[in-house]
Design a protein around this ligand. Sequence first.
Ligand code: SF4
Ligand code: SF4
Length: 419
Amino acid sequence: MIKRSFFALSQPRLHYDLLEPDPKEPESIPVPASLTLLIHEEIDSGKQALIQKGDPVQQGEKIKLYEDSTVYAISPVSGTIKLFDTYSDDFGNTATYVIITHDPAKPTEPSSFTPEETLEFADDFLRTLPGDLPFETLARKDLKIDTIVVTCSDTDILSTSNQFIACKYAEEIKKGALLLKKITGVTKLCLTLPENLDLESEFTNFLVFKTSPDYPSALPAMVMKDHLNMVPVPGKTPEEQGVCFIRPEALVSLSRVYESRKPVFEKIITVMDKTGSQRRVKAVIGTPLSKILNTFNIHVNEMDRIIIGGPMTGFATFTPHHPVVGDMDMVIVQDRDIVPELSDYPCINCGKCVRICPANVPVNILVRYLEADQYEEAADKYDLESCIECGLCAYVCTARIPLYQYIRLGKHELMSLRA
Ligand code: SF4
Ligand code: SF4
């Protein structure tokens, strides 16, 4: 668990950034000599592995660790498997890095790639598209998803990746949406847009929800409440309530796959350096973050921090070699001098967290139970599962208690206990 708050950016804000007028094309990062694919399954030495160090791989090839694996990656390049490594997230869940040496002389995508407009095909080959289309969720028989919401409003502050994609690729978003409707059978298509971004006329075939500039208006739970007139049910995901939120980039990728009949791998990310200056980049999935940071002379020193996602809801990675993945919208590098120190201060009961919480969670009491690892009680009596994970409580906490991190860990532990 990360016992520090992220909210020490030089100018923390509670308003979403608006896309600048006439945005420039993202800067392209060349395909690196070595790529890292993240597979959400740990290495099990008791099983017969399907892939080994030294095996050749082809661009577009599906890579699974074991015959019975339900998760996979698609190789963005042709080359050779160089090595395997273990990845641990901030909850201690382990996964596997598969590192591939890129050989540009080897043939590119397999000629057999023929995309079919079925959910089975999409779930089988398109789960790792840039933008991270949640086909695994959409294919679940126990869920009855009847509404798709495309998040053209960025969900965290500082990032403008989704707005940029909505502005530049509206046609592909519409084509992708038609394909997704056909593949999934979901007919209600909605789309969020910042109220100050004049793009509504581009998306007439969607039910458009204009989100306010005030954070956290674009978070899924707030969109459900404010625009779909639904009360988010504690402990249930939006998908369990019939609503699936997807990035606009996922629809662009889907449209490109079916149009070109080739797999696609290029992802757009907003990168923010230690001075707070931002740029948009295009990089192939699997590109190590270190490669992007080196391209722009962003040096990561000991104790600096790399945050994946925005400052309110992102998480820290412990290695600059972590790769670009399909759901990565933003990367922030924080200088160690502005990373806040560990907070050992007790709660002083100032009540700021309770006043700011959009879900009316009694955060000051809840955190006492989470600190004592009493997760069931935190959920039963103090609304742990009502939290919509906006991070505002940690942002305002006088004692600088990493409340958001405690809450995320608490929910994770609760899920493990119940499982
Ligand atoms: S993160 Fe904090 S402020 Fe936001 S909903 Fe959860 S408890 Fe409330
Ligand atoms: S904001 Fe921090 S110090 Fe104030 S009541 Fe909440 S947890 Fe306690």
